[in-house]
Ligand binder design. Structure first.
Ligand SMILES: *Cc1c(COP(=O)(O)O)cnc(C)c1O
Length: 388
């Protein structure tokens, strides 16, 4: 794998291809985080990131992977014994439920079959029986199944409970499609640097609503590194509490400039277009869609019955220099997952479809003819030209 060449495509649902300007920013000489030069950048970033969160609340920049942000959202509002409703529809839902249990919460799960979307009425019913619930946890997009959950509708239900907070893991949603924190009434939200924010792995971005902040002082879960009160105070003074992640924050400044220059609508349009394209041409190649309500940020394709998804992804990487992901746990071998976030050019999408066709033929030459693969690739190219 010659991953250092430009011919390498990272089409996973995070990490993702980096924009050339982001790569440039990452190569700059290091500066100290307590300098007027960095203060200016941080100030701009703290203001600019609110636009992507679509919030008036402060957004906190944590040096941790997305899971650290998920932990921060929990420990700052929970006390041991608190009731939590966790919607579990895949790997990341499982992780958040387990995390809440680890911190002593009394976790009630709503188990959703993989590939399906949670029923809002199930959340409504469980909340009605448990009005003393402190938090409802849900992934906006469950990356392991590529399902998008009805966040707006769940938020509208939770809003009726003054003691209950709606926490959303939007790590593969915020910055990929519409999820306006304030307008929908989301109480806690987390985004991740290596997903929709198109940066290297290593930062989580979190925000709380006013309703959530009311619970922060009374929360009794142990917290030190992720105590958001420290960050709140530091942000107010134009700093981060711990050493700032200068490299990624500087690159985030570039990403926010790129996003704000084109507007959120254009960003979402591009990602939606890639998702539509992949859903359409994946099916033309003989795959089917795994998610009943597919997210725009990632597409999960069920591989033809005689094929192995793990082998497909490995072959694609080793022979064609394209990285996508396979399935996890019960979906292992059955699906492949293709990300639509990050810096993806049209020709990379066409190349993916063409190389997927070649890969299917590698494992089963009778699956489709070479001519058929070329025809689909040509059609794919035309589609993107005709649908800018
Ligand atoms: C990637 C991801 C995470 C966090 O993973 P990290 O490896 O900790 O960055 C959490 N939730 C979802 C939905 C994700 O896609």
């Amino acid at each position: 794998m010659t991953s250092l060449t430009d011919e390498y495509s990272l089409l996973a649902p995070g990490p993702v291809n980096l924009h050339p300007e982001v790569r440039k920013a990452l190569a700059l000489p290091m500066i100290h985080h307590r300098t007027p030069e960095f203060d200016k950048i941080l100030k701009r970033v703290l203001a600019g990131i609110k636009t992507v969160f679509q919030t008036n609340e402060e957004v906190y920049l944590l040096t941790a992977t997305g899971s650290g942000g998920m932990e921060a959202l929990l420990v700052n509002i929970l006390s041991p014994g608190d009731k939590v409703i966790a919607i579990v529809s895949g790997k990341f839902g499982e992780r958040w439920a387990e995390m809440a249990k680890t911190f002593g919460a009394n976790v009630l799960t709503i188990d959703v079959p993989w590939g399906e979307t949670v029923k809002v009425s199930d959340v409504e019913e469980l909340l009605k029986k448990n009005p003393d619930t402190r938090a409802v946890l849900c992934q906006a997009c469950e990356t392991s199944t590529a399902v998008a959950h009805p966040i707006k509708d769940i938020a509208a239900v939770v809003k009726n409970y003054s003691e209950t907070l709606f926490l959303v893991d939007a790590i593969t949603a915020l910055g990929a499609y519409e999820i306006p924190m304030d307008a929908w009434g989301i109480d806690g939200i987390v985004a991740g640097s290596q997903k929709a924010f198109m940066l290297p792995t290593g930062m989580a971005f979190v925000a709380y609503s006013q309703k959530a902040w009311k619970f922060v002082d009374q929360a009794k879960c142990p917290r030190f590194y992720f105590d958001l009160r420290k960050e709140k105070k530091a942000n107010g003074a134009g700093e981060t509490f711990y050493s700032s992640n200068v490299a990624i924050i500087r690159a985030l400044d570039v990403v926010l400039n790129l996003i704000n220059a084109q507007g959120l609508d254009k960003l979402f349009h591009d990602i939606h277009r890639r998702a539509e394209f992949t859903r359409q041409f994946g099916q033309k190649l003989g795959f089917t869609l795994y998610a009943k309500s597919p997210s725009d940020s990632v597409t999960a394709l069920v591989v033809p019955p005689q094929m192995d998804g793990q082998k497909i992804r490995l072959h694609l990487e080793q022979v064609h220099n394209i990285t996508i992901m396979g399935g996890q746990d019960q979906a292992k071998g059955k699906i492949i997952r293709i990300g639509h976030m990050g810096y993806i050019r049209d020709y990379e999408q066409v190349r993916l479809i063409e190389c997927l066709g070649h890969t299917l033929r590698h494992f089963d030459p009778d699956f489709m003819s070479l001519e058929h693969v070329s025809n689909i690739a040509q059609e794919a190219k035309n589609y993107l030209e005709q649908n800018p």
